[in-house]
Design a protein around this ligand. Structure first.
Ligand SMILES: Nc1ncnc2c1ncn2[C@@H]1O[C@H](COP(=O)(O)OP(=O)(O)OP(=O)(O)O)[C@@H](O)[C@H]1O
Ligand SMILES: [Mg+2]
Length: 319
């Protein structure tokens, strides 16, 4: 079953308990999410949505860092619970995090990460690291550029490319990149996203790309899923969804200027975290409280996914 799929998420839900004491509430940080990536051709699949919409939780579920409360995940035809923690899986599905300074300990030379990873996955000839050299080359770095350097001695852009190179040593089939460019200067951002595009096209790597930045998503991805309070509200080809968003929430996201500074996180707005709690626990459509096109039915009944113009839209307007 699912043997021609790289990844299958089937109705995946993750429930967290938030708050303390008497004000505890349960939220579905990921709510009945389903999507599939084919084995071939490789694909860049974007998850977009404002802060707290569940993007990183989806990433953690796929990496096996969190277990679903319900639903199933399959990787190359096998249930994820049989694979996680196993060498083959760790080698094949690699994470790339937002902050390269978190990937690399400030007190450890960058090259040591490469050499340790290479040693633990292969048996390099003494003093030689062919996989390190190859993966650095793929991201446009040379061994000389990282030689004897500590993380603080490299630029943010170089270090992020180094963290991508490190993920490539094991020749993975899938990268899970959670906001990989949000800490990088705008001028370097394109070089990293171009690298993702090249990795897909030339190395056949599929990528789950998580971002707030719809401009880079449009540029590199094949498909996009717009997330709102744990749910996929619109999913389809990136061109269709961003050229002509159908869900009122996708329309709002697409028209709002992305935060220029990643430190201006949308959650820092206190009103929004209130809003978050209200929307997560809301009956009916999660967007009903903010939707310019809200109807009476939206307040009481959760919409299904409707197939419209080659995509799925979770909105009563398309009944
Ligand atoms: N371990 C946890 N325990 C409790 N709640 C959690 C946990 N991890 C995430 N959450 C909650 O789940 C919701 C979704 O969080 P998640 O980090 O997946 O969002 P996100 O879309 O990645 O946001 P951002 O854009 O800020 O990174 C949030 O309300 C968050 O507070
Ligand atoms: Mg996140």
């Amino acid at each position: 079953m699912n043997n021609d799929k790289l990844l299958v998420l089937d109705n995946v839900t993750k429930v967290f308990t938030k708050g303390q004491g008497f004000v505890k509430s349960k939220i579905e940080a990921v709510s009945r999410v389903s999507f599939e990536l084919e084995l071939q051709p490789p694909e860049i699949f974007t998850l977009a949505g404002e802060s707290g919409s569940g993007k990183s939780t989806v990433a953690k579920l796929i990496l096996g860092f969190e277990a679903p409360t319900s639903g199933s995940i399959y990787y190359k035809g096998q249930p994820l619970e049989h694979l996680k923690g196993k060498r083959e899986f760790i080698r094949d599905v690699q994470p790339i995090f937002q902050n390269p300074f978190e990937t690399f300990n400030p007190l450890k030379k960058v090259q040591n990460y490469f050499h340790d990873t290479e040693r633990s996955f292969g048996s390099p000839p003494r003093g030689q690291y062919p996989l390190t050299e190859r993966s650095l080359e793929l991201v446009g770095l040379t061994a000389a550029e990282i030689k004897d350097k500590y993380p603080s001695e490299m630029s943010g852009g170089q270090l992020q490319r180094a963290s991508i190179a490190r993920a490539l040593i094991t020749n993975p089939s899938l990268l899970i990149a959670d906001e990989p460019v949000s800490m990088i200067d705008a001028s370097l951002r394109m070089s990293v996203v171009n690298l993702f595009k090249r990795l897909k096209e030339e190395q056949g790597v599929s990528i789950i790309y998580i971002t707030h930045d719809l401009a880079t998503a449009y540029y590199i991805s094949d498909r996009i899923a717009i997330m709102l309070r744990g749910q996929f509200v619109e999913i389809g080809s990136v061109k269709k969804v961003l050229d002509n968003p159908l869900h009122p929430y996708s329309q709002l996201l697409q028209s709002s200027v992305p935060a220029p500074d990643p430190r201006d996180r949308w959650t820092e707005d206190i009103a929004l975290s209130d809003l978050e709690a209200r929307e997560y626990t809301r009956q009916g459509c999660k967007f009903a409280g903010r939707c310019p096109r809200v109807m009476e039915i939206c307040q009481r009944q959760e919409p299904e996914h409707y197939r419209v113009d080659d995509r799925l839209v979770k909105c009563h307007l398309y009944r």
